[in-house]
Design a binder for this molecule. Structure first.
Ligand code: MN
Length: 514
């Protein structure tokens, strides 16, 4: 009996990995295929297609094997009957931690309120705890966007908007440039098909004009760099993607002539030193457009992006952008580094490294991912210390940058505050330990004063139960309900306490008067 085409596709994709890791991935594949057996996608394909595609996207992002396995299993807790214990027994703690993270994130629903998008993005990162969870979620979303045509038009639109408002900016923050652009273009086409078509047409016309020019400049530049003995890794031409071109067109009255970076030549070299040398060579041979030089190597963008950009007159009437960066910077700009967190595995020497059990054993025995991540960061700093001294300042900054970004957000958002939703999707932020009473008073004192019952995520809960991140809180009021002394013990916010006291004092005064 031959293997299925999906199995074959996955095998081809992972053939560069060590045999033990390949086996572990295939073990997860076979398990997912079994438990999702009778499920289908709206495309009428077997469900496993979605899981294999998700894993393949994770592989494109250079995700580690643990992330790949969790990617194959990401829907099992939500969509199948398997028990948590079973998954834990077969795949271990770390995989379960990642799957649960992904499942948890799907409880966060974006309800189209643009002003809450930023909070929701931060909440996403905070709740994910480990950036690999977001990587899986983004891969899942990308495949869902690639197959969005099978959904009904109104649902397509809702999902495309959510993708554009939440997921694409998240990918941007994590510096996953390629994935971000694809998400944006897929969404753009659904949200505004007319604008998409116009932009596509403008791009097509511009391409026809520029193709020859770009080829000439590329060849010339190659020669000049060769003469100067610069080791060029690659010179690519890059086209601006349609969504971002359209945004820029809107800012320029739809005049594509005033946009200089529709096309760029991307020069990828080995060292930072060479980046600056290349800049010098480019400027020595072509006239730069004034005030268009951006040194994102010395001052990286907030998501860690690094590159030198300059815009030049080609001498034949056109203007193009030249981007210069090292291979490491390029890799980071395209894929980010959130997906390849690799752990030290030096505690399994006694076990043959070529069995999938051995590999499963290592991941099972690893303690919580977060602790490992700390260690990883330290070891990265250690090992890059030497390179750092050898003129690698920026790359180093890069690696720490992304990790720090996630860490600082997690700290800000999880230490002190929780974010919960009204049934209409408004986000209310409260201090940790806040209850539904605090929530009710945060909405309005009238609501607080008449809380009768509370449903959290659709279930009735006691008024004194602390809320957690992502809860959807529905307050039922009743004119007869009123604050009591006891309520003071069930709230943590000053606002709630103040209103309860006020009410109780008023009530006492009324009783006295009577
Ligand atoms: Mn999925």
């Amino acid at each position: 009996m031959g293997i299925s085409p999906y199995h074959a596709q996955l095998l081809t994709k992972i053939k560069q990995r060590p045999i033990s890791e390949q086996n572990a991935i295939i073990q997860a594949y076979l398990y997912a295929e079994k438990v999702h057996m009778h499920q289908k996608r709206l495309s009428d394909e077997p469900y496993i297609v979605h899981l294999v595609e998700t894993a393949c996207i994770i592989d494109d992002l250079h995700g580690d094997t643990t992330t790949m396995i969790a990617g194959l299993l990401h829907d099992i807790l939500e969509d199948t009957q398997v028990s948590l214990e079973e998954v834990l027994n077969i795949f271990g703690e770390e995989i379960v931690f990642l799957i649960q993270g992904v499942t948890k994130l799907s409880t966060l629903k974006y309800r189209g309120l643009k002003r809450h998008a930023e909070s929701l993005r931060k909440l996403f990162i905070a709740m994910a705890e480990d950036t690999r969870v977001i990587v899986i979620k983004l891969a899942d979303r990308l495949h869902n966007m690639r197959t969005i045509k099978y959904l009904k038009p109104d649902k397509q639109k809702r999902i495309a908007e959510e993708t554009l408002d939440i997921y694409a900016p998240l990918a941007h923050r994590l510096s996953m440039g390629t994935l971000k652009s694809e998400l944006e273009d897929l969404s753009f086409q659904i949200i505004n098909p007319q604008a998409y078509a116009i932009t596509e047409q403008l791009m097509y016309e511009k391409s026809r004009l520029y193709t020859d020019d770009l080829t000439t400049i590329k060849k010339l530049l190659q020669e000049k760099l060769h003469i100067e003995a610069i080791q060029v890794h690659a010179i690519d031409t890059r086209k601006k993607h349609l969504y971002s071109l359209n945004k820029k067109l809107q800012r320029n009255d739809m005049h594509i002539e005033s946009i200089f970076d529709v096309f760029a030549l991307r020069v990828i070299v080995k060292t930072i030193h060479e980046c600056y040398t290349v800049l010098g060579i480019v400027h020595a041979h072509w006239q730069p457009v004034p005030n268009r030089i951006k040194d994102y190597i010395a001052s990286p963008k907030i998501n860690g992006y690094q590159s030198i950009h300059t815009t030049i007159f080609t001498g034949t009437g056109s203007i193009i952008e030249v981007q210069i960066r090292t291979q490491i910077m390029h890799e980071y700009a395209e894929r980010g580094n959130a997906s390849h967190v690799r752990y030290k595995t030096n505690d399994h020497k006694s076990i043959s490294p070529h069995s999938s059990e051995a590999w499963m054993h290592t991941i099972k025995t690893q303690s919580k991912a977060t602790i490992n991540r700390e260690r990883l960061l330290e070891s990265k700093i250690e090992t890059t210390q030497k390179a750092w001294l050898q003129n690698m300042v920026a790359e180093q900054k890069d690696i720490i940058h992304a990790q720090h970004f996630v860490k600082s957000i997690t700290n800000d958002f999880l230490r002190e505050r929780i974010f919960v939703f009204t049934p209409r999707g408004e986000i209310i932020d409260l201090p940790i330990g806040a209850t539904s009473l605090d929530f009710a008073y945060a909405l309005h004192s009238d609501i607080g004063n008449h809380v009768h019952a509370v449903k959290v995520n659709g279930r009735l809960i006691p008024l004194n139960r602390p809320l957690v991140n992502g809860d959807i809180v529905q307050i039922e009021t009743n004119k007869k309900s009123a604050p009591s002394e006891k309520w003071l013990r069930n709230v943590v916010t000053t606002c709630a306490r103040k209103h309860i006291r006020l009410y109780l004092t008023k009530e006492r005064n009324t009783i006295k008067k009577n």
